[in-house]
Every structure is written in C-alpha cells, then in structure tokens.
Design a protein around this ligand. Sequence first.
Ligand code: PCD
Length: 787
Amino acid sequence: MASEPNAESVFGSSVERREDVGLLTGDAEFTDDKLQDAAHVAILRSQFAHATIEEIDVSAAEERDGVLAVYTGADVEESGVPNDIPTAWMLPGLVTPQYRIMATDKVRHTGDALAAVVAEDRYAAYDALDDVDVTYDRLEAVTRPDEAVESDVTVHEEAPDNVAFDFELGDADAVDEAFEAADHVASVDLEQPRIIPNAVEPRAAAASYDPSSDELTVWMTSQNPHLHRVLMSTATLGHPEHKLRIVAPEVGGGFGSKIYHYPDEAITAWCAKQLGGSVKWQATRTQSYATDCHGRDHVTEAELALDSDGTIRGLRVETHAGLGAHLSQFATATPSYLYATILSSEYAIPAIHCRVIGAFTNTTPVDAYRGAGRAEGIYVTERIVDVAARELDLDPVEVRRTNLIPPEEFPYETAVALVYDSGEYEEAMDRALELIDYEGVRERQEKLREGGRYLGVGVANFVESAGLSPSKAAGELGAQAGGWEAGVVRFHPSGTVSVAVGTADQGQGHRTTLAQVAAAELGVPVDDVEVVEGDTDEVPQGMGTYGSRSGPVGGGAVAQSGRKVVEKARSIAAHKLEASEDDVEFDDGTFHVVGAPDRSISIQELAYAAYLGHDIPDEMEPGLEATSYYDPENFTFPFGTHAAVVEVDPDTGEVEFHRYVAVDDCGEQINPMIVEGQVHGGIAQGIGAALSEAANYDDNGTLVSGSMNEYALPRSDSLPEYETDSTVTPSPHNPIGVKGVGESATIGATPAVVNAVVDALEPFGVDHLDMPLTDETVWTAIDGGER
Ligand code: PCD
C-alpha cells in the first residue's frame, strides 16, 4: 500500500532532483549506451561551403574491411522516400527549397552530408570515409545575411537573391508619425553574432529495424520525440507512424539544438531500414560544431523616438537574419514571430514596426538557441534604451522607469501583437537596484574614474514569451505544430501514480518537478509519483520541450489531468460515504463529508476501489486515470531585471565582474532550487554571448571557430558570483500560475553585461560595441582603433 499522504507543501518546495542519482552514479542511459552491438554509421561532410557535386565515387570505400555498405544521396532518392526536411513555420512568400537528407546536386555549407558509411565498428566506418572520392566544382560562398541579399552568389536557385522571406510586423505609418512628433531619435546599428549551443552530449542516434514486423525504433537525442516521429514518418522516411517509435533516453543538454529534425538522425534510421538491422551514429564534437544548429546571426538597424523627458514614442527595427544553408524547423519562426513580437520589452511603446529579411547563406542552419528570438529582440530594445538615455543625458534606469507598463494595465496589449498576461515590473527592477546598490555604484564609479579606474553598471529588463500558444492563433500565423501539451495521470490500484507527459527533459529536472505538480493536485506523497517522458510508445502524444514550455504547458496538462482524476474520485467518495458530491471536500489527499471530518476516505484507497469496480456509482467505468491535451489560452510572460557591475582594464581591455544581480519572476515556482539552477545556467550562457562566444566564418565559408580550441565558451573562472532573487507574479490563466523560466536569464544577462561594459567605456567616447566584447574588441575601442 502507498505511504501516507502529506503532500500539502510539495508544490513550491525544493525537492531534491531524482534525476541526479543516475547521473552521478553513471547509471543513467544516454543514446550511445543503446544498441551496443550495432553497426556504426559515419557521415561524410562537405569539404567546401559551396560547390557543385560532379561525382561521388564510393567503390574504394566499399572494398574496405569491415564496411557493410556505403550510401549517397542518389541511393536515398532511389529508395523512394519523401526525403525533404520541412520547416515548422510558414511565412507569407516563404521560399522552401527541397532539403534532402544527403546532398545530391550541390553542397551549401561545410556540414552538408554527402555519403554514409556503415561498418562493423566506428573506426572502420571513419577510416572508410577517407576513401570516398568526391569531385567538386567550387563556387563562391556567402556567409553574412546582409551581404547575401546583395551578392551574386546564389545558395538556392529558388531564391536568386537569397531572400527566404521578408517579414513585417507592426504599424509602419504609426511609427512614422511617432518619429515626426518626438523630440529626439536615437539610432544604433548592431550585430548579434552566431553562437553555438554546445550541449555536453553531442547528438546521437541508434536505430533498429525489424523487417518482419516493419517496426522501426530510433533512440535519439531529441527535445521533441513526437515531432521527430511525425517528421520522420511523413517528411523524410515515409515510415508508418504507428510502427515508428522514437525514444529520447537521458539527453545531455539541448539548449535548442535538439529540436530540429536533422539529416543525420534520418540517415541513421534510413540505413537501419536498408540493412534490415541495427545501426548507430554518434557525432564527434567537431561534427557538432559544423552541424548542430547555430543561434542568433542578426544584423540590425534600430531607431528609438523619445521625448526629452525619456518617454518613448516609437521603435523602428530592420534586421537581416541569417538562416544558414537550409531551413531548420524554427529557422523561420525564431527571427520573425519570436523576435519582432518581444520588442516592446517591459515598456508601453505606442508604435513599433519591425522588418526582418531572412537570408540563406553558406553556413550551418540557424534554429533555436536558448532565448531564441526573444533574446535577440530584448537585446535590441535594452541596448537602444541605453544609447538613447546617454544621448538625452538621462539615467538609463530612469528612462526605463518612465516607460514601464504599470501593474494595473494588465493584461497589456503591445504594439506587436502580444497580450502580456501579468507583470509587476517596477517591483522586480527596484529589488535588483536595491541589491546592487545602484546609487552607491554610481558614486563609486565617479570616484574611481578620477583615479583612472573604469567601472560600468548595466541594467536590463526583459519579458519572455514562454510556452507558445494557443494552437489556433499559432496556426493562423503559419505554425505547423500545436501549442498544447498532453499529460496522463494514472493511479495504480495500490495507490501509486504514473504520469506520462509529452515534454522531453535534457537536464531541466522534469521527472522531479512534474511529479511535484501531480503530487500536489492529488495530495499524494511525491515519492508515490513516477513521471515518464521522451518515449512515443509510453506517452500518447506530445509537443516536446523548448520555448520554456514544460513548466507552464506540460505542468498545466498534468495539473488538468490531476483535477479530472480528483473529480472522478470525488464521485466515488460521495458514493462510498453516502453523501452528495457537493458535500464532499477534498483536502490534501483525503475526501471527507463537510462538517463530519471522521467520515473520510483517502484518494489512494479510492484508487483501489476504482479498479475493483465493485462499489462505484452505477454507469461509471472502473479505473482512475485521465488524459488532457492542455492548450493554453496565451503564452506566459516571465520577466525580470538583471544588473551587472564590471570594471574594464584600459591597458588590456579585460572585463572583470564586480557584481551580478538577477531578479527573475516566473510566477509560481514549482521547485525554487531548480528555478535557481535554471537562472544560473541561463546567466552563464548569456554572459558567454556578451563577452566571448562567436561562430566565425572565413570568406570561403569555412567555420574558423570550429572546435573548443577556437570557440570561447565561458569558464567558471571568468564568471561572477551570481546574486539571485525573485518576485512572484502568477500567470492568471495558467492552471498552476506557473510561467516558464528556462530561457529567461539568458535573455536578461546579455544586454545587462553589454550595457555595463559600454557604460564603463563612456569616458572613451564609446557608445556601442558589438559582441563578443573580447579583451581585444574592448582594448581596440578604447583608443578608437588607433593602436
Ligand atoms: N520550473 C519551475 N517553476 C517555474 C518554471 C519552471 O519549477 N515557475 C521548472 C520546470 O518544471 C523545469 C525547469 O524549471 O524543470 C525549466 O522549466 P521551463 O522554463 O518550463 O523550461 P523547459 O520547457 O522545461 O525547458 C526548456 C528550456 C529551454 S527552451 C532551453 S533552450 C534550456 C533551458 O530549458 N535548455 C536546457 N534550460 C536547460 N537546462 C538544462 N539543464 N539543459 C538544457 O538543455 Mo530552447 O527553445 O530549446 O532554445
């Protein structure tokens, strides 16, 4: 029998992560732990960023010892599979060239797959790659989105000017009027370089095909197994969906890079079918750099119109967004609807207009990276507010305060199509300012400057749209997927509970937090609840994990099912207690008759009764479980304020942190310890983008920062001590009041740090610097590039 219910406070407490035991002992199983005896797939990638393929000769590779088969794009075509990776968001006028899993005519970036060798072991497979002889006819390459649209180079014949889409949001006329009427217009040109997600576990797939039953099982590093199943079924392989099982076992980080249905996983599954057996593929770190989606890649011109007291009247933004060589699933949504819609940040900006030109380039496809679209949008607004404040000789914090959307204005409809659900912006901002002692830092800054020391303080506010929804609205705007999540809550006869949910964890701790949600709804001990995720055979359907949705949307689905279960149990309780349902109260796992607390029965006892079926109301089916497809009525809108104090060494350009404060509001917190962990990780990645990370291509389209030797991830010795706090403004429409948090801190950190560094450089006349703010960039800027 289950243990005694005592679940009252499980929601909102820092329950230890149940995931950690397996992760720390090494018992947790990742994709590469599966199918240990399978043959290995090695994938040949293009040597050049742009070239026509004249010939691929695989004969020597086929001859090698241990090689089972060598395939090219022509073999895939011949097999008759649909062979087209689709994008998940259609925009008006979008150009969608066929995206084959292996190139046939042309290679368009250095990661394009050309051939797959299947061999008895990994070494034999990789050795044989050297014997595949490709004859290329090289073409010029283009790597920057702003240059791509002017270039003679054409990545896809279907888009001669390399423009995949030209997107607009907001009211251009209203913005023109606002600019006419305003006292001052500030402008800034800024670039947000490409960054690389760098999950600890590189992508991997292990596929097993049983010809007699036509069952295909694929274990893979996936943030969204059901979406990968439907795409593999309909778009790349044409395998019947009910005979395709996708399992995401333990996944070692994603950060957006494991949403996309990449060619490699499809190639692996296709090879398993061709050979009628089991094969596996594991990316090397170098392959990850070349093929895992990159993030950002924006070149932007922004203008802000304000009155001399700092009141903002309008914002105008034009961005060239690099999409890379192919359209990934979120390539189109990220720089359009996830970007332009968030430009209002925390401010009441009456008129906003944004144009985004999405351009193909000979580079790795761009998809979602932590904060996707929202990070880029907030960066623009939070930078230009600082630029404008300096031009108007106002304190940047006061300009922010003047324009904050006040609490009584919620729900607040922005000029760019969103309705923010709830916000107490000033409270969070003031808390951050108090923690960092804003006034005190300003005084110290003054004093130190006199002695030749350069302190900078940067503040950034942010709003995040978390948990993309509702499905109908997203569909009207072109989404090819829903915004709902599925959750099953099932009591077992003995009173323990299984939860199945369509989200898929990569380290966020869902098995802990979603168990807390169910336990709190049902009033059972959290240890009596098990959560299953990431397996299309175990979970009915799902949309997966990205866009900080699992807490609000996955949690919402679990809560909704929990409530349905409680209602069914209430009917059984009323029946057994011989009372009317209206007189039966539910409190912490026990039903009792109002006014007669001794006439009570626990939900866990009722589960037993429900499965016996002997003594339940007439017409009622036995069993105690429920399934929900929770489709939220809106996004949730977490927000917060991050503030950094840095010191810049004018002799070396080095940026040193003095303080880092983060105040985040993600509504009700399911697990405050996990929330804090999410904030810590998010800050690290936000600081990485601000100070050191960038994917650089040379003119030939070769990724110069193609490994951890050249790509500067932040390290613990370069990161500050984080001082975190939170406010709690529940989402009014979410069943558990939860807003997402996974991406928030990344969104806030980047502009806070850049604002701080540029603030430090004020005495040198520097009013903007593009990321990453490496020592060299800062040092050069100090002398106006003169040294
Ligand atoms: N929570 C709580 N409370 C609240 C909220 C939340 O508690 N209020 C928690 C939950 O439950 C979980 C976490 O926290 O556990 C998170 O959540 P969210 O926010 O909802 O989110 P999700 O969905 O879960 O996830 C996602 C995210 C993202 S998006 C990203 S990038 C990243 C983050 O997540 N990633 C990652 N984080 C992380 N972590 C880790 N560890 N890993 C990873 O990978 Mo994208 O879109 O994909 O780009």
